[in-house]
Design a protein around this ligand. Structure first.
Ligand code: FE2
Length: 483
């Protein structure tokens, strides 16, 4: 009986709101099972309002068209001048794992299997990290291209790390192995690059679509939660739709796609995306996706410390704004229930009111859509492509061969690298449409306007006292996922 009463009250609440009080007259976008792998990936938004599509075309799609016409020749010339891959020192290699989005791959838990694998290299008094790209072997490579699994072992040494060994096939290579060591490092870089594109970075993009659509459709425009989130939801639904569902998406990896740098069939790339969400059994490097209610994931490197320094500003901002929403506000409970229904790791309408869960859920969302996402792009797009192959045209020898010789000019083709440069130009480099520091929230409550100014001010203060490298200058953080 109680449930009926509650429903009746909710109905009454909704009757007070006319359709016009909602952004899309209550008929806006909504999450549903994804078109590809509906059970293995997060829900998707497949029907978009026309004006969101148009806005995407105007502000992002048109840039792709211009670059597709003007940039291929420049990319070709650059790729030709690089002439393949280039010498990558152990220090360069380690720096990519400390100072870019690749640091997310560093895992502390060593499984029994990996302890046995690297038993000759592990010393009990030392600490280690691993980067595991085992799932590369599940890809179906294109002709004359190789996708090999690899596991890299790093030793922690006074706040920095040293690369110790790499597992290829069923043997291990070390810095003493000459060209085979050089190839090992490139195989790891290829694993990191492909994983970032299809298994890791998608976790910042696509799970947030459900929240994006539900917020636009189910919260009235006057609601504080709507006003807080709306500026961070611009362009992203259409962008994500284009990546996941457009037949010309780079994920389709057709031969004529001058902007698709991938090494494998589209089906196998999408399978790797599923592994990114679902994880691999007994492998701490491949964890099942959960909504990150506890904030940005712990990263064992400078790049992680950078995010840890900024996160409290996002949390405080969310907390101050959300304080104004009455406890058990039925519109917020409904909002959470709708999202939870599609994404069970998001708190439901009851859980959302417990232990600051609303603040946590909203703070991490805003962080994810702005700084969290953009810092991945900035650091990844700045890795020189002659160190960061997406396709490799040489394979490691079937048994360990110390006489192996690597021709770096033949390890990738000029066309491979041209495609990589095109993808970098179109999709990875940071092209902001709107900046976070320029956001004007439509808060009716003037005290909340002050909160938003305080937020922007605190971001700048954090930047001035950063203890790490500045991976993303505050005035270049976009207000939403725009690339
Ligand atoms: Fe992205």
């Amino acid at each position: 009986m109680k449930h009926h009463d509650l429903d009746f009250e909710l109905e009454a609440d909704f009757n007070d709101l006319s359709a016009e009080e909602f952004l899309y007259n209550r008929s806006g976008p909504w999450p549903q099972p994804a078109a590809h792998h509906p059970l293995g990936t997060v829900p998707s938004v497949l029907h978009l309002p026309m004006d969101e599509m148009l806005s995407w075309w105007l502000k992002i799609g048109s840039r792709y068209v211009i670059d597709l016409i003007t940039y291929p020749f420049i990319a070709l010339m650059k790729a030709w001048r690089y002439g393949g891959l280039k010498e990558m020192s152990d220090e360069d290699f380690v720096n990519y794992f400390l100072h870019t989005a690749y640091s997310k791959y560093l895992v502390r838990e060593l499984t029994i299997k990996n302890i046995q694998l690297f038993s000759d290299f592990l010393q009990p008094e030392k600490e280690y990290l691993m980067a595991d790209f085992s799932a590369m072997e599940l890809l179906k490579p294109n002709e004359n291209i190789y996708c090999e699994k690899s596991i890299a072992l790093f030793e922690i040494q006074n706040k920095t790390i040293k690369i110790v060994a790499i597992n290829l096939r069923d043997y291990i290579v070390t810095p003493q192995d000459g060209d085979l060591w050089a190839l090992g490092k490139f195989i790891v870089m290829q694993g990191a690059s492909v994983h970032l594109n299809v298994a890791e970075h998608p976790k910042l993009h696509f799970p947030m679509d459900a929240i994006n659509a539900v917020t636009k459709t189910a919260l009235p425009k006057k609601h504080i939660l709507f006003q807080l989130l709306y500026p961070h939801l611009e362009l992203t639904l259409s962008l994500n739709y284009q990546v996941l569902n457009n037949p010309t998406s780079l994920l389709e990896n057709k031969w004529w796609m001058i902007y698709s740098p991938f090494p494998a069939t589209p089906e196998s790339l999408r399978n790797l995306m599923v592994i990114g969400y679902c994880g691999l059994k007994e492998n701490p490097s491949y964890q099942k996706y959960k909504y990150p209610l506890e904030g940005p994931r712990k990263i064992h490197a400078d790049f992680g410390v950078f995010h840890e320094q900024y996160y409290p500003a996002f949390y405080d901002f969310a907390e101050k704004v959300l304080e104004k929403i009455p406890q058990n506000d039925p519109l917020v409970s409904r909002w959470a229930n709708y999202i939870h229904h599609m994404m069970p790791s998001f708190p439901d309408g009851t859980e959302i009111w417990k232990e600051n869960n609303l603040t946590k859920a909203v703070a991490v969302l805003i962080w994810d859509l702005t700084l969290g996402h953009a810092a991945d792009h900035r650091t990844y797009s700045e890795i020189p492509i002659y160190h960061n192959p997406m396709r490799l045209r040489v394979s490691s020898p079937i048994t360990k061969d110390s006489k192996f010789s690597l021709d770096k000019s033949k390890a990738v083709s000029v066309l491979d690298q041209t495609k990589w440069l095109m993808a970098n130009r179109l999709f990875y480099e940071t092209w902001n449409v709107t900046n976070l520091t320029d956001v004007k929230y439509e808060f009716a409550d003037q005290s909340l306007q002050k909160c938003s100014l305080d937020f922007q001010y605190s971001l700048k203060r954090i930047e001035e006292s950063l203890r790490t490298k500045n991976y993303m200058p505050v005035n270049q953080i976009p207000s939403s996922i725009q690339y």
